[in-house]
Design a protein. Structure first.
Length: 47
């Protein structure tokens, strides 16, 4: 097997290990609050 193939396999298993550890160590869900424009804000029209 070439070095590139071994590197890709190692990266794959490293990623799986990172996901597993994140779940085990109690990674919490991330909530992103994206502000929405209110209806009274002026809207720009492009002509």
């Amino acid at each position: 097997m070439s070095d590139v193939a071994l590197f890709i396999i190692a990266q794959f298993f490293g990623g799986l290990t990172a996901l597993f550890l994140a779940k085990v160590l109690g990674a919490k869900d991330v909530v992103v609050d994206i502000p929405q424009p209110s209806p009274h804000e002026q809207k720009l029209t492009i002509h």
